[in-house]
Design a protein around this ligand. Structure first.
Ligand SMILES: Cc1ncc(C[n+]2csc(CCOP(=O)(O)OP(=O)(O)O)c2C)c(N)n1
Length: 331
């Protein structure tokens, strides 16, 4: 379903820190609201939240334009919001309502906005990675300087398709940024028990793709590395790999009993809250406080709107199964 977003994005701030903080706060308030709505029984389906990981989405997407592509995962709300997706349409989709991004049919794990280059969240681990390489090939063919970003978790790194994607992107020098969001668990499995080499950048280096590890809870550090890598891609110098070390505060999914990790580990990472990390670097405390209040209001209004929308017409159940003749996936 192609949808062109005409909804205005929040006014871009001159100050990088303010802009990054606003993006992270929007993600945090969106996901906090979604968590509550699921717990109260209002939202159907599954939710995988990225609370604690917001700096990766904000830092990487700050280096992109609306014309660039991204693909994301089952944990993709943050990436979509940071790329400019409409929060009201995302919430309508989570509620299963007709105006939602996918007509209320997909829920959280298949959000897409081709008009903004969001080529889709994907519930199949690693499946978005080759799609981003396809975006990179389209970008290279068009020659307009677009780039494509593949977000994926540490759990995707040993999937064969990630290596096929790295190889092809390197071989054809495609403008692709591979972003591994390493939250240290794949579902309930710690990374050291599913990856032989804990140095995740080594997998990229094996394909001669330049790689770097950054503190994924530091939005400024993520942005600085992503900006360099995006510039490299736009200049025709091929793909890069950004390994971001971070942590999810909530369970793998909402409702996860989390008996595979200690509460003290979660607490220690909460102490490195990416919003707080940035807040401490901002000169004026009142700015982030005002942004938080603004985001809370924005989300509350969007929830109210989404909740009041109609469900899809049952008579349309077979619609949107096939791409209509002549329709395109955006440009
Ligand atoms: C191909 C495939 N294998 C297994 C699963 C089940 N599964 C869903 S999420 C997940 C873990 C993914 O871990 P990671 O890539 O690190 O992302 P995270 O959940 O930590 O964000 C698994 C194994 C799946 N959805 N797809």
């Amino acid at each position: 379903m192609t949808r062109t977003s005409s909804h205005p994005r929040p006014a871009p701030a001159d100050d990088l820190g303010v802009d990054l903080y606003r993006t992270m706060a929007r993600i945090r308030h969106f996901e906090t609201a979604a968590s509550r709505l699921l717990a109260s029984g209002e939202l159907p389906g599954f939710l995988h939240l990225s609370i604690g990981q917001e700096a990766v989405a904000a830092g990487v997407c700050r280096a992109l334009t609306d014309d660039d592509y991204l693909t994301t995962t089952h944990r993709g709300h943050g990436h979509c919001i940071a790329k400019g997706a409409r929060i009201d349409l995302m919430l309508a989709e989570l509620f299963g309502r007709a105006p939602g991004y996918c007509g209320g049919r997909s829920g959280s794990m298949h959000l897409a906005d081709p008009g903004l280059g969001i080529l889709g969240a994907n519930a199949i681990v690693a499946a978005g990675v080759p799609i981003a390489v396809g975006g990179g090939l389209a970008a290279a063919t068009r020659g307009r300087g677009q780039v494509a970003v593949a977000f994926f978790g540490d759990g995707a790194v040993a999937e064969g398709v990630v290596h096929e994607s790295l190889n092809l992107a390197a071989l054809w020098r495609l403008p692709v940024l591979f972003v591994c969001e390493d939250n240290q668990y794949a579902e309930m499995t710690p990374t050291e028990t599913h990856l032989n080499n804990r140095d995740i950048t080594a997998y990229a280096s094996a394909h001669q793709v330049p790689a770097e590890t950054v503190d994924g809870n530091d939005a400024l550090a993520v942005f600085s590395a992503a900006e360099r890598m995006v510039r490299r891609a736009r200049d025709g110098d091929g793909p890069s790999f950004l390994h971001c070390r971070t942590y999810r505060w909530h369970g793998h999914f909402e409702g996860d009993a989390q008996n595979y990790r200690e509460a003290a580990e979660v607490e220690a990472w909460r102490g490195r809250d990416p919003l707080r990390v940035l807040r401490l670097r901002m000169a004026d405390e009142s700015v982030p406080t005002a942004i938080d209040a603004e985001c809370e209001r924005e989300i509350a209004l969007a929830v109210e709107w989404a909740r009041a929308q109609p469900s899809p017409d049952p008579g349309s159940v077979t619609a949107h199964v096939y791409q209509p003749d002549g329709a395109s996936c955006g440009s």
